[in-house]
Design a protein around this ligand. Structure first.
Ligand code: NAD
Length: 150
């Protein structure tokens, strides 16, 4: 296996809380991809992210019901927003390491990666983007006004 084959690539895996989705997520991360693991089961998908962090990979989790269009749209947007969150968190960790602020703490690099993954998952959940709804057209507004008057 080439651990740098997918370096710099991003993958979004659905059904990532167990079975084939989890195995795929682990393999993609092991080959260097940053994996956005999605599933309807939040606890399971977070466990997958922890497993990836424990093997030294990069991942974030998202909860999605693939049978619902707005859920899929939201998770696709969240994966885009993740780019900023990931680089923000990675940047903060890299800076603290460079400054030597963590030289005397007992945490291993693997534990620091697990911490970073946890921060990313939490921030992604907090800044979960909403799907923008289209503005009503003048015709739709007029229809609404007619209904309200009836
Ligand atoms: N395991 C096999 O050998 C095998 C062989 C052929 C086909 N398949 C098919 O491949 C698929 C995955 O198999 P598996 O063994 O990994 O199953 P699995 O049950 O372990 O994993 C399926 C994952 O999908 C998630 N999920 C279910 N509904 C969802 C939804 N609406 N939105 C988001 N996530 C949802 C589940 O929470 C679960 O984590 C299944 O459809 C299965 O029938 C499996």
């Amino acid at each position: 296996m080439d651990k740098d084959r997918l370096k710099g690539k991003r993958a979004l895996v659905t059904g990532a809380a167990s079975g084939i989705g989890r195995a795929t997520s682990l393999r993609l991360a092991a080959e260097g991809a940053t994996v956005f693991c999605c599933d309807i089961v939040a606890a399971g998908v977070e466990e997958t992210v922890s497993m990836i962090a424990a093997q030294g990979g990069k991942a974030a989790s998202g909860t999605v019901d693939v049978s619902k269009l707005d859920s899929c749209e939201a998770i696709a947007r969240a994966s885009e927003a993740n780019r900023d969150i990931d680089s923000l968190v990675d940047g903060v960790f890299a800076e603290r390491l460079r400054e030597g602020q963590l030289d005397e703490c007992d945490l291993t690099m693997r534990e620091l990666q697990a911490l970073a993954a946890s921060f990313k998952a939490t921030l992604t959940a907090v800044y979960h983007p909403r799907v923008p709804y289209p503005e009503p057209t003048p015709e739709e507004l007029a229809n609404l006004a007619r209904i309200a008057q009836a």
